[in-house]
Design a protein around this ligand. Structure first.
Ligand code: DP6
Length: 339
């Protein structure tokens, strides 16, 4: 039997954004967030791990390139997996001493605001949990790699509870509804640019937490109500409500970036063209048929129902003829993590 564990993890795209930390080391957020997990068939991370007595040191390869294993986030994830394994008595002492080898790949633009770190860390931690036979909640371990990664551990619609405990023990993800609940829901990713962003999410969040008045307002007055409402909309499959909250929350997140000092921007002119296009389309349709959301990058994620995909795709292809830099990855369904 092979001693190599291989796992695939999906991208998740937040509809209530996580932005700002109350603890940077433990990666504890200021607010709850909600996301949909996308099918692994088109975009995903894939990670293989193994531990052997002959390995001299821990090693990691990312997309075929050897990287340093010394990143504190990586170290924290491995440390936590091993301490859980020790507490759960799931593997023997010798196995815990062996060094690991990690090989990870993803098939989407890295660091362009396409949640690559979320899928990457969810994948790594799930693979390590399998290797060390850890049974307890892995979302809180994935969170130590990258906050949003904790939501990729589940399929369907997921909530990350900010929690209040200083040790982060209640800052975990839970599934709101599985993918079978709303199979008509689709996501279209519009790749506007794939260059590395100037301000990383981690840095941007730090600046916003320290300087943005709007962020304080958002966390106190907007996010709690929006979280309750969007969960209700998901449960009732109320697309117009889901869409309105999604768009407002994306817009507020980018407004927070501008309200930060110094300000930083992730959306480009093309991103704003997409926003205008979607609002015009919804207006002409007489109902809200499409929602956009933008993470820390220029790329759009559109949420829409399956029946509207052909018309929206032809509209997008008409407005942005399918030349670079606009590529359209289509037909993503929210789905369970296929391990
Ligand atoms: C805009 O999870 O990448 O995508 O925890 O510092 O690694 P770190 O940040 P990260 O931030 C994601 C921010 C976001 C919104 C979201 O996914 O909720």
């Amino acid at each position: 039997m092979s001693d190599i564990v291989t796992v695939k993890a999906p991208v998740n795209i937040a509809v209530i954004k996580y932005w700002g930390k109350r603890d940077e080391d433990l990666i504890l957020p200021l607010n709850d967030s909600v996301s949909a997990t996308l099918d692994t068939s088109i975009m995903c991370a894939k990670t293989s791990v193994c531990a052997r007595p002959e390995f001299k040191e821990n090693e990691i390869w990312l997309n075929g390139k050897k990287e340093s294993f010394h990143s504190p986030r990586l170290q924290n994830c491995l440390k936590e997996i091993k301490s859980r394994a020790a507490a759960e008595n799931s593997v023997n002492e010798d196995f815990l001493q062996w060094k690991v080898r990690v090989c990870s790949e993803n098939n989407f633009p890295t660091a362009a605001g396409l949640a690559s770190s979320a899928a990457g860390y969810a994948c790594l931690v799930t693979a390590l949990a399998k290797l060390y036979k850890v049974k307890s909640d892995v979302s809180s371990i994935a969170r130590l790699g990258s906050g949003s990664a904790c939501r990729s551990v589940y399929g369907g619609f997921v909530r990350w509870h900010a929690g209040t405990n200083p040790d982060g023990s209640d800052s975990i993800a839970s599934q709101i509804k599985g993918s079978a609940h709303w199979p008509e829901m689709q996501a279209l990713i519009l790749v506007v640019g794939d260059t590395k962003k100037k301000t990383s999410s981690t840095t941007g969040m730090r600046i916003s937490t320290q300087t943005s008045e709007l962020l304080k307002h958002r966390i106190k007055y907007c996010v709690p109500q929006r979280t309750d409402e969007i969960i209700q909309a998901i449960k009732e499959k109320d697309f117009p409500k889901f869409a309105e909250i999604t768009m407002k929350d994306s817009n507020q997140f980018h407004a927070v970036c501008l309200d930060s000092y110094p300000p930083f921007v992730y959306m480009t002119d093309v991103s704003h063209l997409i926003v205008d296009l979607i609002h015009k389309y919804n207006e002409l349709s007489g109902s809200t048929k499409v929602a956009y959301t933008f993470d820390a990058g220029p790329n759009a994620c559109l949420y829409l129902l399956e029946k509207d995909v052909p018309q929206v795709l032809s509209l997008i292809r008409h407005v942005f003829p399918s030349s670079n830099p606009h590529q359209f990855v289509t037909g993503l369904k929210t789905n369970e993590v296929a391990l």
